[in-house]
Design a protein around this ligand. Sequence first.
Ligand code: UD1
Ligand code: MG
Length: 449
Amino acid sequence: MPQKDIAAIILAAGKGTRMKSDLPKVLHQIAGRSMLGHVIRCAHEIGASRQIVVIGPDMPDVKAAAQNENPDAEIAVQYAQMGTADAVNAAREPLAEFTGDALVLYADTPLLTLPTLEAMLDARRAGAAVVVLGFRPDDPAEYGRLVTDESGDLEAIVEFKECTPAQREIGFCNSGVMAIDGALLFTLLSEVDNDNAKGEYYLTDIVEIARRHGHRCAAVEADPDEVLGVNSRVELAQAEAICQDRMRHAAMLDGATLRDPKTTYFSFDTVLGRDVIVGQHVVFGPGVKVADGAVIHPFSHLEGADVGTGADIGPYGRLRPGAEIGPDAKIGNFVEIKKARVEEGAKVNHLSYIGDARIGKAANVGAGTITCNYDGFNKHFTDIGAGAFIGSNSCLVAPVKIGDGAYTGSGAVVTEDVADDALAIVRPPQVEKAGWAKNFRQKNAGEKN
Ligand code: UD1
Ligand code: MG
């Protein structure tokens, strides 16, 4: 059957009181991206040409976040929370002319995968007017129950409060996610009433309504992990753990070695090349790309950084946003790099801060070197030429330029540019006083009682 247009209706109007947070629930993050962002990305990947995000009346942050993730996202406001059918109904106006497949997604259910949504759309195209995503949790608790007939078609969704004792025994539960014939959706919704235990307009009622009109309904089953809804910080942590496990698994299948996978923490957009080795306890914040064959040693923290082929980071390396580490370059222990390019084969091996800088090809930066990049008001640039050698414990007071192949002596506070191949020494000459120490000891020992 030909592919139809897809519109995703993303429910984000919930207050999320159980999060006990000043931040709207759906903006809490999983793997460095908001839950809403995960759902918007998923909708995008399934090919939803329209995305309608349903928010509450006073949610400017959620609106901004949605439009930041997808500038084409449309915002619909649900003014009073009168139930899930009422929430979907907020999309009635923007989707008035829409006749494709409507997907109802929950912004607090961020772990849905593409194959599951594809299976739902396949069931839609096979003739079901409403396709509901079900799951079989260990404890069905108070989820709505999916009532199916002998052929497996969906007959009804019964909310827990409305269930007969026999229906409560059903283990197949409603996740809330649905794929609905867009040409029927709002006609079906018009027939939903609030004559039920909660006095709410239940979206779940559209199954029985559709069947009354002679339409087939179907259920697709998902792994319970995928439909985990986040209502509290405990569930947020559970969702994070599931998401991390997925990313670890995918990274290993893509050819990276994780020495102790459960201690590698990824962001949603981490990219690892082939034969990358990641040691224990490494954290990848957002925006990190690591090229083939690079090694990230234990206890390193990377964020907004590019690591080149065969480069070597850590242990205890810290790469901050704008760090570009060239091929075969080496960043050693307790070295922090911020907004700086370390070119091919250059080494910053021990205890250094390099910020707002370029370190030329094959340059060697000695232990304890600091780029003094900030004067309290502005940031300034340090340029270190190819093959330069910076002596240990140097302060490079920016703006300053060290020429290609130049040396700076240890302990220098370099405030002036150094020419190519020159040596800059900035320290008082050494003074030696013969026998001084011995005399000092003897004198003090004599006075001690
Ligand atoms: C709903 C389903 C139930 C399912 C469960 C899965 C209905 C009637 N019931 O129940 O079958 O097992 O989810 O978690 O759909 N929301 C709005 N506006 C509203 C009401 C809800 O945006 O007026 C949002 C909520 O913020 C939430 C989602 O819709 O994200 C579900 O609403 P909730 O009240 O949690 O429904 P449940 O009773 O859990
Ligand atoms: Mg709920």
